[in-house]
Design a protein around this ligand. Structure first.
Ligand SMILES: [Zn+2]
Length: 239
């Protein structure tokens, strides 16, 4: 990876070189200084170049670049206003295990929607079997999911909607989806006892612990749409 270039899916080698050149030119002229994003210029050894107008927001792939340090660049990314892809909807479906998140998405998603389900991704990435989580794999499974989301932000695709299925009990976690991806957040909520009963009946034993952990960690947020005791429509019984 060329110095200063930010490696991301979807970037060609030529684009990475172009970015590295932009950083080099900036450093030759200004030294190891970040011009700052909503803060004063400051010394920085981790400069990176990114589109001023991202392709997903109407800019060209070969468009002008801006040099910032990594921290300023992600602050800029988090502000989202200049990164949101017009017409793309991202929905985070959160809630405890056994609350019917999967069923909810099945009932609301179109076949051409992307669906990022941590359980399904996990199952695709090892041979441990359905619903068996290997802790050492989890960071990789999460990175695979996040890589898709980051790619969606870059634009230049036909995807109009992406569903993310994640327990996300922490308020900050759900807020991250709102801020970075402009996501709408739906929380499916059932009483803990109901989720525990379902876990006992339908899942490996460790899932009861997942249910308890979710309720221990859950932080409500008025910005979420909370659906209490959501049930699948009759014609398609809950799976
Ligand atoms: Zn900076």
């Amino acid at each position: 990876m060329a110095a200063g270039a930010r490696k991301r899916p979807g970037y060609t080698r030529r684009e990475r070189i172009r970015r590295a050149d932009a950083v080099r030119a900036w450093v030759a002229e200004n030294g190891l200084v970040c011009p700052g994003w909503q803060r004063d210029p400051h010394p920085a050894g981790d400069l990176t170049a990114d589109h001023i107008v991202p392709p997903g927001a109407g800019g060209s792939e070969a468009g002008e670049l801006r040099v910032l340090c990594r921290s300023c660049n992600s602050a800029r990314g988090a502000s989202m206003a200049d990164r949101r892809v017009p017409g793309l909807e991202i929905v985070l479906v959160a809630g405890p295990a056994c609350a019917g998140k999967n069923t909810y998405v099945r009932q609301h998603a179109d076949p051409e929607d992307l669906v990022l389900d941590l359980d399904a991704l996990n199952e695709a990435m090892n041979l441990a079997g359905p619903r068996v989580h290997i802790p050492a794999h989890l960071p990789f499974v999460c990175e695979a999911r996040d890589a898709v989301l980051e790619r969606l932000l870059l634009g230049g695709h036909q995807v109009r909607r992406c569903w993310v299925i994640s327990t996300a009990p922490e308020r900050a976690r759900r807020e991250h989806y709102r801020r970075r991806y402009g996501a709408r957040v739906v929380v499916l909520w059932w009483p803990e006892e109901t989720c525990l009963l379902r876990a006992m009946r339908e899942r490996p034993p460790e899932w009861q612990q997942y249910v308890r952990q979710w309720f221990d960690r859950y932080e409500p947020d008025p910005k979420d749409t909370v659906l209490r005791n959501w049930q699948a429509a009759r014609e398609e019984p809950a799976r």
